[in-house]
Design a protein around this ligand. Structure first.
Ligand code: PRP
Ligand code: URA
Ligand code: MG
Length: 209
């Protein structure tokens, strides 16, 4: 498993703004999409390309690069993953979307699945999971279990903030999945929240707190 922590100044600056106490729903939501776009740029850096011949502006035959190989399905995890989707889709506009819904039980911290609508040809696609938070790892592991049970063989994940504990758990469960994160933070607190973290990302994106 490769863990890419994206140290790009734009990513770090925008994430820093998101950490401010009292940030508005509007600002948090906008930044979530912006960092989502920058993580997508990094995660797609190594997509295979091929040379194709087209007619250029002078009418000559010219060679250009074209992305080839497996197509992508973006997998936002409800709810908070929707906050990143606005930034991810413009970079991969023809990607199909597979939506999964899981919430974390506040007492047990176990992931509870409640929805999934996955593209029918998932076995032929790279799945790009998007969720702002990788905390205990339970939600992500359950999502990967689901995608693999439907035949998906190639999976990456984008997260704004991850905990060391969640990354370790993911590695033990699904060592074949690479992740791209804006920050690996310090630790999980006694309630399973990432510290310093962002607080409850879903509530901040949807304004439900
Ligand atoms: O790694 P874990 O410990 O499983 O926690 C991470 C999950 O918790 C949050 O979702 P939440 O359950 O708050 O749902 P929401 O997006 O609807 O707010 C977050 O968006 C992740 O999906
Ligand atoms: O820190 C955390 C952990 C889980 N879910 C969140 O939204 N934030
Ligand atoms: Mg939440």
């Amino acid at each position: 498993m490769k863990v890419h922590e994206i140290k790009h100044p734009l990513v770090q600056h925008k994430l820093g703004l998101m950490r401010a106490n009292g940030i508005s729903t509007k600002n948090f939501r906008e930044l979530c999409g912006e960092v989502g776009a920058l993580l997508t740029y990094e995660a797609t850096r190594n997509l295979a390309t091929e040379q194709i011949t087209i007619e250029g502006w002078e009418g000559n035959q010219i060679e250009v690069e074209n992305i080839k190989g497996k197509k992508i399905t973006i997998v936002p995890i409800l709810r908070a993953g929707l906050g990143m989707l606005d930034g991810v889709i413009p970079l991969i506009p023809s990607a199909k979307i597979s939506v999964v819904g899981l919430y974390r039980d506040e007492e047990t911290l176990e992931a509870v699945p409640y929805f999934d609508k996955v593209v029918s040809d998932i076995e032929q696609r790279t799945a790009l999971i998007v969720d702002p938070m990788l905390a205990t790892g339970g939600t992500l592991i359950a999502t990967i279990d689901l995608l693999k049970s439907k035949g998906c063989k190639d999976i990456m994940g984008l997260f704004l903030v991850a905990s060391p504990e969640g990354i370790e758990k993911l590695q033990a469960a699904h060592d074949d999945v690479d992740i791209f994160v804006a920050s690996i933070d310090d630790h999980l607190n006694e309630n399973g929240y990432i510290v310093p973290g962002l607080g409850d990302a879903g509530d901040k994106i949807f304004g439900t707190k």
